[in-house]
Design a protein around this ligand. Structure first.
Ligand code: HEM
Length: 513
C-alpha cells in the first residue's frame, strides 16, 4: 500500500487541493488508477430508467437500496472492472466510489484502522446518529479515539468472556429464560383463542425481546417487560426514524433537543429522545450496582464519558439483532423444509452450551445464509484520508484518491450471481439456500474465503458479533422449537434505514408444534 503523506504546502491553504483538482474534474479524468478501475456514473441521466438519483435527497432518502442500485444500472452489460466498481464525481466535491466487488470490499475493510495511510470510517452517513448519541462513540470516531474505545469494549464483548463456560452458561440461561417467557405468552394467547393458528406481525415482539435481553440480561438492569414493549421500543423506533431523516434533512445540524417545540412532530421527537436518555440512565445505574456484564468492564471512566457509546449500543444493537432475527424467520417461513431441518436439530437441545450450538450445523448455515442474502447493515462507509493503493487477494490493484467517500455495497455484492451464483456455490445467488454453505465446505472453502461481511471485516469488525449471534440463535432456535410458521405474504421485499428489515413487519401464520 502506498499513500500520499501530508504536504505542508498543499495543506496550508484551505481548499487548495480541491481547487487544484477542479480542471481534471471538469475534463472528467478518471481520478482512480490501477488495473481494476471503476467506471463513471453520470449525475443525471434522464430517460435511462434508473431507479433514483445517485445521492440521497428529501424524496429518495428512505430508499437507500435503490440509490445503491442506481450506481449499478446497466453495469451487468460491462465486462471489465467497472461491472462491480463505479464512481460519481461532481466538480468541487470528493469522488464517491461504490463497490460490490467482494475482493475490493475485503481489501478496504482489512486496511481500515488508525495507522497512517489506512482508510477510516466515513462519518457522513452517520451524522444523524452522532447528533442523537454524541460524536465520541466507537461507531463515529476514528484514529486514536476509536482505538481507545475499541480496547475498552474488547473485554465485555469478547468471545473469551461470553464463551467462558461459566459466563456463557449464566447468560444462555438468563437469555433463554427471557425468550421462553415471552414466547410462552404468545403460546398461551394461541391456546386461549382455541384457534389452530394465528396471524401475527413479529417485528414489534422481537424488538421488545431483543431490547429486554440487552438491557436486563446483558447490562443487568431490571425493567419490566411491559415497559420495553409499550414505552421504550416505540420511542426508540421513532428516534431511529428521526435519525435517518435527520441525516439528510437537517441542513443546519441543530440537535432536536435544542429546537423549540413548534410542531407536534418536534414535541414528540423531544419526548422520545428524553425516553432514550432515561433508558441510558437505567443502564448506567446497573453499572454502579456492578450488575450483568458490567463486572467485566475494567474502566474508571465516569458515567458521562460512557453515555454516548451506551446509546449507540442500545439503538444499534436493537436495530441489528431485530433485523437479523426478522430476516431469519422470514426466510424459514418461506422455506418449510429448511424450517423442519432446523427443528430436527434444536428439538432436543435443552442446555445451551457453545458445543451444543456448534453441533447445530444446519441452523448455523441458516443464520449465515440469512446474513448473506439479507445483510442487516447493507453498506459499510469508508473514507480515504490520503491517496491509498489497495491490492485484492487475487492481485488486482486500485489507487483510491484522497478524500474519496466509499460505499462498500454489501447488499448487492452478496446478491450477485458472479460472486455467489451457481458457478461458484452451486445455487443461484438470489435463492435462500443454507445448503450452499455445506457445499462450499465440501469444496474446501467456507466462511473464511466466502465473506458475506454481515458483521463487517477487519479491525472495525462488529464487537457485538458474539453477543448478537447468541441472542439471535437463542430467539430463532426457541421460536422454531415452539411454533410451526409460514409466510402470510408472498414476496420478500426489504425496507432500509439504519438496517434492513422485511417490509411486511415479518407477518407469519403461527401454530403450536
Ligand atoms: C447480531 C446483529 C448484529 C449485526 C448484524 C451487526 C453488524 C455490524 C457490522 C456489519 C458492523 C461493521 C460496520 C463497518 O464496518 O462499518 C458493526 C459494527 C459495530 N457493531 Fe454490530 N452488529 C450486530 C450486533 C451488535 C451488538 C449486539 C452490538 C453491541 C451491543 C454492536 C455494536 C457495534 C459497534 C459499536 C460497531 C462499531 C465498531 C467499530 O467501528 O469499531 N453490534 N456491526
Amino acid at each position: 500500500m502506498i499513500n500520499q503523506p501530508f504536504s505542508p504546502v498543499l495543506d496550508s491553504v484551505p481548499g487548495l487541493r480541491r481547487l487544484l483538482r477542479l480542471p481534471s474534474q471538469l475534463l472528467r479524468f478518471n481520478p482512480f488508477a490501477g488495473d481494476c478501475l471503476p467506471t463513471r456514473v453520470p449525475l443525471f441521466q434522464p430517460w435511462s430508467g434508473r431507479p433514483s438519483l445517485p445521492f440521497p435527497h428529501p424524496w429518495n432518502y428512505d430508499q437507500p437500496i435503490r440509490i445503491l442500485e442506481t450506481y449499478f444500472w446497466n453495469a451487468d452489460r460491462e465486462q471489465g472492472s467497472g461491472r462491480h466498481n463505479r464512481y460519481l464525481e461532481v466538480p468541487g466535491f470528493g469522488p464517491v466510489l461504490v463497490t460490490r466487488d467482494p475482493g475490493v470490499i475485503r481489501a478496504i475493510t482489512t486496511e481500515t484502522g488508525d495507522r497512517d495511510g489506512q482508510f477510516e470510517r466515513d462519518t457522513l452517513p452517520s451524522t444523524g446518529i452522532a447528533r442523537a448519541t454524541g460524536k465520541d462513540t466507537l461507531l463515529f470516531s476514528n484514529g486514536a479515539s476509536w482505538r481507545r474505545q475499541r480496547m475498552l469494549a474488547a473485554s465485555p464483548f469478547g468471545k473469551t468472556t461470553l464463551f467462558q463456560p461459566e459466563m456463557f452458561h449464566e447468560f444462555a440461561e438468563t437469555f433463554r429464560g427471557t425468550v421462553l417467557q415471552r414466547l410462552d405468552t404468545l403460546r398461551q394467547h394461541l391456546a386461549s383463542t382455541g384457534q389452530q393458528s394465528a396471524r401475527i406481525a413479529l417485528e414489534p415482539e422481537l424488538k421488545a425481546v431483543m431490547l429486554e435481553m440487552l438491557v436486563n440480561n446483558f447490562f443487568g438492569a431490571k425493567l419490566p417487560y411491559e415497559e420495553f414493549r409499550e414505552r421504550h421500543v416505540p420511542a426508540l423506533e421513532r428516534v431511529i426514524d428521526h435519525i435517518v431523516r435527520d441525516t439528510v434533512m437537517n441542513r443546519f445540524g441543530i440537535p432536536v433537543m435544542k429546537l423549540p417545540s413548534f410542531t407536534r412532530r418536534i414535541a414528540q421527537a423531544k419526548q422520545d429522545y428524553a425516553c432514550f436518555e432515561e433508558l441510558t440512565d437505567v443502564v448506567l445505574a446497573a453499572r454502579r450496582a456492578g450488575a450483568g456484564l458490567w463486572k467485566q468492564f475494567k474502566s474508571d471512566a465516569p458515567d458521562a464519558a460512557l453515555r454516548s457509546n451506551l446509546k449507540v449500543f442500545l439503538a444499534g444493537a436493537l436495530e441489528a439483532t431485530t433485523s437479523y432475527a426478522c430476516w431469519a424467520i422470514t426466510h424459514l417461513a418461506r422455506n418449510i423444509p429448511a424450517q423442519d431441518k432446523v427443528f430436527q436439530e434444536v428439538r432436543d437441545i435443552e442446555v445451551y452450551t457453545p458445543e451444543n450450538l456448534n453441533g447445530a450445523k444446519y441452523f448455523s448455515h441458516v443464520l449465515d445464509e440469512t446474513l448473506r442474502l439479507t445483510p442487516s447493515l447493507y453498506f459499510l462507509p469508508r473514507r480515504a484520508p490520503v491517496d491509498v493503493w489497495i491490492e485484492t487477494a487475487d492481485g488486482r490493484k486500485m489507487l483510491i484518491p484522497r478524500g474519496t467517500h466509499i460505499l462498500l455495497d454489501v447488499w448487492h455484492a452478496n446478491r450477485h450471481e458472479d460472486h455467489w451464483g451457481v458457478a461458484t456455490t452451486g445455487f443461484p445467488a438470489l435463492e435462500f439456500a443454507p445448503e450452499r454453505w455445506a457445499r462450499l465446505a465440501e469444496q474446501g472453502s467456507g466462511s473464511k474465503e466466502f465473506l458475506h461481511f454481515g458483521f463487517g471485516h477487519g479491525p472495525r469488525v462488529c464487537p457485538g458479533k458474539h453477543l448478537g449471534q447468541l441472542e439471535v440463535g437463542l430467539v430463532v432456535g426457541a421460536f422454531v422449537k415452539l411454533f410451526k410458521f409460514q409466510a402470510a405474504t408472498p414476496g420478500i421485499e426489504a425496507k432500509a434505514g439504519v438496517s434492513t428489515k422485511p417490509i411486511d413487519g415479518t407477518v407469519v401464520d403461527l401454530e403450536l408444534r
